[in-house]
Design a protein. Structure first.
Length: 451
C-alpha cells in the first residue's frame, strides 16, 4: 500500500445553472467548509454546460436527437438525452460566468460529461448488445440501456470533445460520468457488450472472445437448471460470490468475462486521460465516479486497472440513484431476487434475498426480506456506506486519492456518520452534494472533512 501524500479536496457536485446565478456561494463555501473544487452539471444537457464548435458538432453521432422524440419524449421540453460526449446547441454563458467566479476565489473547476451507460434506447444503432447479439432487455431500462464502449466513432468524437473543452475553457480537469456498463441491477447488461466491435477489441487484448461466449452460455444454462432443493442447500451453506458461481458450474469464465469488460473500459479511459493531458498539460486532473467495491467488477470497474487512467476515485452518491454507494446492492436485489424466483420454481423471495445479501457480504445487516420492503422501507444507509468506504480503502493501491461520495443535504446525524466513515478510513476528501441552506450540515462537513 502506497504512503503517497495526496491533495486534500472537498468537491461540490453542484447544479451548474443555480450556482452560476449565485456565484457568491463559492467564496462563502470556501470559507465555511473549506471547499476546494466544484464539479458542475446542467440537468438540461448532462454536461457542465459546454458549447460545441461547428467542427465538433459536424462529426457528432448524436446530433439528430431532436428527431427522435418518440424514443426520447423528454426532448420535447429541450432536455438532451444522456449520451457520450458533448452534443451541440447549448449556451455556455452560465458556465463561463461560473468559471470566472471560481478563478476569482481560487476554486478548481472540473468539467463533466457522460460516457457509455445510457443512450442506447435513443440510439439503438449504437447500443450495447448481449453476447448473442440481442438488444438489452427493456424490462431493466430504468438501470440504463448503454452505448457500445468500443465504437470508434463515438470514442474518437468524445475524445475530441474533451480536448476541445479543456482548451476552450481552461478548466482544471474532468470528472466524467457514466464511465461504466449499466448498473448490475440490469441483468441483461451483465452479458454485454457482445457486439462485433467489442469482440474485436477483446481479441486485440488477448481474450478468446468466442470461447468466453460459449462458456457464459453454458454457465447460464446451468443456472436455468437450478432446482429449489439445490438453491436452498446453497443458501444454507452461506457461499461467497465466487463460491456461488463455482458451485453452479463456473470454471473461471465468468471472472474472465467480467475482467475483459472492465479492461475494455479502463483502456479507453487511459486514452481519454492521455488526450486531455496532452492538450491541457500534465496538471489537468482526470477521473470518474465508480461503482462501490461490492459490485464494482459487475459494473465494469476493476480498480487497479482504473487507476492507470484516473487521477482519483470517487462515486456518484452516498445513497440513492443508480450508483448510490449505499443502495446499489439493494437496488440489485430488487431485480435479482424476482429473476431467481422466475428461474427456480418454488423459491421464495425471502430465500432469494437471503442468498443475494450473503453473496455481497450484507447478510449481517438488518435488511428487508421483501422487494417491497427494500423499495419502501428504511435501509441502514450509513452502515452500508461505511462498509463500502472501508472496502474501497482496503482494495485500492494508495497510488491515487480517494474522494468518496457524501450526500450532505439530509438528516444532520446521518450526514455526520457519512462524513465520519470517510475520515475514519483515511480518505483524501470527498465529493459532496450540499444543501447550502442547511447550516448545521455545513458545520459538520467543515468539522470532519474540511481539511
Amino acid at each position: 500500500m502506497s504512503d503517497k501524500k495526496h491533495p486534500h479536496r472537498l468537491i461540490w457536485f453542484c447544479q451548474m445553472e443555480s450556482v452560476a446565478e449565485k456565484p457568491e456561494l463559492l467564496l462563502r463555501l470556501k470559507e465555511e467548509i473549506g471547499l476546494t473544487t466544484i464539479m458542475p452539471e446542467s440537468h438540461v444537457c448532462h454536461t457542465s454546460g459546454f458549447a460545441a464548435s461547428r467542427e465538433l458538432a459536424h462529426n457528432g453521432p448524436f446530433e439528430d436527437w431532436k428527431s427522435r422524440l418518440d424514443l426520447w419524449p423528454r426532448g420535447k421540453d429541450g432536455t438532451y438525452p444522456p449520451v457520450a460526449g458533448i452534443v451541440s446547441g447549448f449556451d455556455d454563458a452560465p458556465l463561463l460566468k461560473l468559471i470566472e467566479a471560481c478563478k476569482q476565489v481560487g476554486i478548481e473547476v472540473w468539467g463533466h460529461i457522460g460516457l457509455w451507460s445510457y443512450g442506447g434506447n435513443v440510439f439503438p444503432e449504437y447500443a450495447m448488445r448481449d453476447i448473442e447479439g440481442n438488444h438489452l432487455d427493456e424490462r431493466y431500462k430504468q438501470w440504463g440501456i448503454g452505448l457500445c464502449p468500443s465504437r470508434k466513432e463515438i470514442n474518437e468524437w468524445t475524445k475530441d470533445g474533451l480536448v476541445e473543452a479543456v482548451k476552450r475553457y481552461g478548466i482544471d480537469g474532468f470528472c466524467v460520468d457514466h464511465a461504466r456498463y449499466p448498473a448490475p441491477a440490469n441483468l441483461s447488461a451483465l452479458f454485454a457488450c457482445g457486439c462485433d466491435n467489442c469482440r474485436e477489441e477483446a481479441e486485440s487484448q488477448g481474450f478468446a472472445f468466442e470461447s468466453l461466449k460459449k462458456g457464459l452460455l453454458r454457465w447460464r444454462e446451468s443456472v436455468r437448471g437450478l432446482t429449489r432443493e439445490r438453491l436452498r442447500a446453497i443458501v444454507d451453506a452461506q457461499p461467497g460470490f465466487w463460491d456461488f458461481l463455482r458451485w453452479l458450474g463456473d470454471d473461471g469464465v465468468v471472472l474472465e468475462w467480467l475482467e475483459c469488460r472492465a479492461l475494455l473500459l479502463a483502456g479507453q479511459m487511459e486514452e481519454f486521460a492521455r488526450a486531455v493531458k496532452e492538450a491541457g498539460g500534465e496538471d489537468k486532473v482526470f477521473g470518474s465516479d465508480v461503482f462501490p467495491p461490492s459490485i464494482a467488477l459487475l459494473g465494469g470497474h476493476l480498480y487497479d486497472a482504473w487507476e492507470r487512467g484516473a487521477d482519483y476515485l470517487t462515486g456518484g452518491s452516498s445513497f440513492g440513484g443508480v450508483v448510490g454507494w449505499a443502495t446499489t446492492v439493494t437496488n440489485l436485489a430488487t431485480e435479482w431476487a424476482p429473476a431467481l424466483c422466475r428461474t427456480v420454481e418454488g423459491v421464495t423471495e425471502e430465500e432469494a434475498l437471503r442468498l443475494i445479501y450473503r453473496l455481497f457480504g450484507y447478510d449481517d445487516l438488518d435488511l428487508p426480506m421483501s422487494v417491497e420492503g427494500i423499495q419502501n422501507g428504511a435501509l441502514p444507509l450509513d452502515e452500508i456506506f461505511a462498509r463500502e468506504v472501508a472496502r474501497l480503502k482496503a482494495g485500492t493501491s494508495g497510488n491515487v486519492p480517494l474522494y468518496p461520495p457524501v450526500s450532505a443535504g439530509g438528516d444532520p446525524e446521518r450526514v455526520r456518520r457519512l462524513c465520519r466513515a470517510v475520515a475514519d478510513n483515511g480518505c483524501d476528501g470527498a465529493m459532496v452534494g450540499l444543501d447550502v441552506s442547511k447550516g448545521e450540515n455545513l458545520k459538520i462537513v467543515r468539522e470532519i472533512l474540511g481539511g
